[in-house]
Write a protein that binds this ligand. Structure first.
Ligand code: SF4
Length: 385
């Protein structure tokens, strides 16, 4: 199978987390054209199989062993569909087939028009469905491990706006709600592999002026720059002045005594520390990439990470363990691992798994995680006598 990396518009929906937060990033990305990372190319291969399987009503298992050649700008890479890849794709297929099986109109791998937001804007979406109940479902398959939420996700909201503009006339009745769906089988975080948010269509339409505003900012000769956690996805991270200013804070960080520091100094340190950590991770990734490409960097070398031992034939080993030692040594799969085995496994995980309470950790005030309440001895042991 052959696949080419999708052509992206300068202001594509998949880049909205960058240009929506930092208008200057659009110009900077043009200077720092990225080579296609292996993860992006692998994601493309998975999308290719997903789209073909869905369009031809096949299961992902029918693609087992197939090779997908993904053609990038400078390199072509080949990916083989193994058992794990097939299970991941099937997870998205099951969901889309379930939605497509309900009355309405479906569309697969379509380009959608977003020129009402900016003249340069269009995008490609994975799957959409206009239901006769007035629900527009937009599904985006993510192959990566970094957790992506559906709720408030600008990329899928833009897909929904594009779908309404491009295919809205095919909807059986006017859209009333939009179901935003992320299927992410490899999500590193525990929790559902299929994440959904249902939003009134008026809330989605109300986003248009915001997107128009931030998209227009990118055309400005001196667009505003804004550093934040989105910088980790930007090729100009560490090169643009705004991110460099944040990173130069590292000298201060080294001289602060955290145990006695003023609360304001601690907060400032927190604000900068995230960006600095991300930058250090970039350093390791880029150095590894350059050494792997054969570059001689005096004083640096490639080393091999230590991995755990693995069974050669896992299924056969499981059967033998069961026979010789009984079921105890066979560890229960995690709920997330089980969920990859289809709708019945997901229902089983939903009924039998719980999320244990988390531990406290310091974070900035705008952190979206659930707040932690410190419980007193009275809360834990009951009222004093
Ligand atoms: S690194 Fe951050 S601040 Fe700099 S251009 Fe990219 S997104 Fe904007």
């Amino acid at each position: 199978m052959e696949s080419a990396l999708r052509e992206h518009s300068r202001l594509g929906a998949s880049g909205a987390h960058l240009w929506g937060n930092c208008a200057g990033s659009v110009q900077m990305r043009e200077h720092f054209r990225e080579d296609e990372g292996i993860e992006a190319m692998e994601g493309n291969a998975m999308h290719e199989v997903f789209a073909q399987a869905l369009a031809t009503s096949r299961n992902a298992a029918e693609f087992l062993g197939a090779k997908v050649n993904v053609e990038g700008r400078n390199i072509t890479r080949s990916f083989k569909i193994d058992g794990e890849a097939a299970r991941n794709i099937q997870c998205a297929l099951d969901y889309c087939k379930m939605i497509a099986g309900t009355p309405g109109t479906s569309f697969i791998e379509q380009r959608v028009d977003l020129t009402h937001i900016h003249p340069d804007m269009y995008s490609h979406l994975d799957f959409g469905h206009f239901g006769i109940d007035g629900v527009l479902t937009i599904v985006d398959y993510k192959n990566g491990r970094l957790s992506v939420e559906a709720d408030g996700n600008w990329q899928i909201i833009l897909y929904a706006l594009g779908a309404i503009r491009t295919f809205g006339h095919e909807a059986p009745i006017p859209v009333r709600w939009v179901r935003l769906v992320i299927v992410q089988p490899n999500d590193i975080e525990p929790g559902p592999r299929i994440k959904q948010a249902v939003v009134d269509v008026s809330a989605i339409m109300a986003m248009i002026p915001f997107f128009q505003h931030v998209a227009a900012l990118t055309d400005h000769p001196t667009p505003p720059f804004n550093a934040g956690k989105h910088c980790r996805y930007c090729p100009a991270f560490g090169a643009c002045k705004t991110s460099r200013d944040h990173l130069s804070y590292v000298g201060n960080l080294m001289s602060i005594d955290f145990a006695t520091a003023d609360p304001r100094a601690l907060k400032a340190a927190f604000e900068h520390a995230k960006l600095i950590k991300q930058r250090l991770k970039n350093l390791e990734d880029v150095a590894t990439k350059r050494l792997t490409a054969g570059e001689d960097i005096g004083g640096l070398k490639l080393v091999t990470t230590v991995k755990h031992r693995a069974w050669v034939h896992e299924e056969a080993v499981k059967a033998k363990i069961l026979e010789q030692f009984g079921p105890e040594p066979l560890e229960c799969p995690t709920p997330a691992a089980l969920e990859k085995y289809g709708p019945a496994a997901r229902a089983f995980a939903e009924q039998n798994a719980i999320v244990p309470p988390g531990d406290p950790v310091a974070a900035l005030a705008d952190d979206k995680r659930k707040p932690y309440t410190v419980r007193s001895a009275v809360d834990i042991f009951g009222a004093k006598q």
